[in-house]
Write a protein that binds this ligand. Structure first.
Ligand code: 2NL
Length: 362
């Protein structure tokens, strides 16, 4: 072998040796790097994969370089390279598991600083809330709660209540009659329930009747073709007008607060004698005068009176033995005054922006 040729061979061997040494150093450095790697987020894990495991990563490069290593060293370098590969894969598996555990325990995706999810539970309709409060107040005075039909006959809605044959309330514009049978109608008040109760039950009777009633009215902010009423009846021996006044005064104080004032204004109903409208002092201006009370300081919440003897007779109750008082209130009206609502139509439009405002504070 000539000198230059020998020198070349020697050089190549030397270079290959150098390459294997260099590879061993690289492998060691990468092993250290892998041991120290500790990222636990998704981006860190991906960077690790790219650097060590992917086809363009350090391991691939080294396996490529391994081809240049002299045969006698290939085994050792190859074994070390395999150790490096195993270390990289084990580390990747470990980091991946850590990341999954963290995700499950809520480390990512859950932001505790976000505002809470709002309560989507519904609430009772404001009229139902008022009705429940009225029932609560009268139940504590010993009144029962009674219910009856909304589709009623003439007797229970008008005749038994001492409505004369020619009374305007019987006219078509006030009452919804059933075309095929004008003796049947949509009740115009809940008094029909009281009549049914008096027909069935002997006094003492002490009950309130909440329910829906119907009148043929043009719909506006102040009137509707249906609304809700609570009527009350107390029949016993020696029931007088003082009982009526005290009962309703007690109700007004419970409903609107102890500072409320109450006033009875003479009036007329066919079913009571004497009759009186019930006014309470205006809650908006506290009696000083405003547009709700039309500058009078008083607002009407219903009507009342001593049950007319003819009504008692219609129900086979002897007016010489028993007397009683009755009253009627519009639930819409009571609710409007309670919450300062200025349009009756809001109650039946089912606009959630209105209804949600009556969510009770827990
Ligand atoms: C009002 C007026 C009233 C009655 C209802 C009644 C019932 C029977 C006998 C006598 Cl069975 N009276 N109810 C009495 C007076 C007034 O309601 O303005 N309602 C909204």
């Amino acid at each position: 072998m000539s000198f230059p040729c020998y020198a070349l061979w020697h050089n190549i061997v030397f270079l290959k040796l150098e390459l294997s040494l260099e590879m061993e150093e690289k492998i060691q450095a990468l092993l250290n790097e892998i041991a120290q790697h500790s990222s636990t987020d998704k981006a860190g894990l991906e960077a690790f994969r790219m650097k060590f495991i992917s086809k363009k990563g350090a391991l691939s490069d080294l396996f490529e370089e391994l081809k240049q290593v002299p045969v006698e060293l290939k085994k050792t370098v190859g074994q070390n390279l395999n150790k490096l590969k195993q270390a990289a894969e084990a580390k990747f598996a470990e980091l991946n598991e850590q990341l999954e555990n963290n995700t499950q325990s809520g480390d990512s995706g859950l932001d505790l600083t976000l505002p809470p999810v709002t309560n989507k539970v519904g609430n009772l309709h404001p009229l139902t809330q008022t009705k429940s409060r009225i029932i609560e107040i009268f139940e504590r005075l010993g009144f029962n709660v009674a219910d009856g039909p909304e589709l009623e006959d003439d007797w229970h809605n008008f005749s038994a209540l001492n409505f004369p044959e020619n009374h305007p309330a019987r006219e078509m514009q006030d009452t919804f009659f059933i075309e095929k049978n004008p003796d049947i109608l949509l009740r115009t008040h809940t008094s029909n329930v009281q009549i049914r109760m008096m027909e069935k039950q002997k006094p003492p009777i002490r009950a309130i009747m909440p329910g829906r009633v119907y009148r043929n009215e043009a719909i506006s902010a102040r009137a509707h073709c249906f609304f809700h009423q609570v009527e009350g009846l107390y029949i016993d021996k020696n029931v007088g007008f003082a009982d009526l006044k005290q009962t309703l005064y007690h109700f007004a104080k419970e409903m609107y607060g102890k500072d409320i004032k109450i006033r009875f204004r003479p009036s007329y109903f066919p079913f009571t004698e004497p009759s009186a409208e019930i006014d309470i002092s205006c809650l908006i201006c506290k009696g000083k005068g405003c547009n709700v009370c039309k500058y009078s300081g008083w607002v009407e919440i219903g009507g009342s009176g001593m049950v007319h003897p003819n009504v008692l007779k219609s129900c086979n109750i002897d007016p010489e033995e028993y007397t009683g008082f009755a009253f009627g209130m519009g639930i819409e009206r009571v609710t409007m005054l309670r919450y300062s609502i200025n349009d009756l139509r809001l109650f039946s439009e089912n606009d959630v922006r209105f209804l949600r405002q009556f969510h009770p504070v827990i």
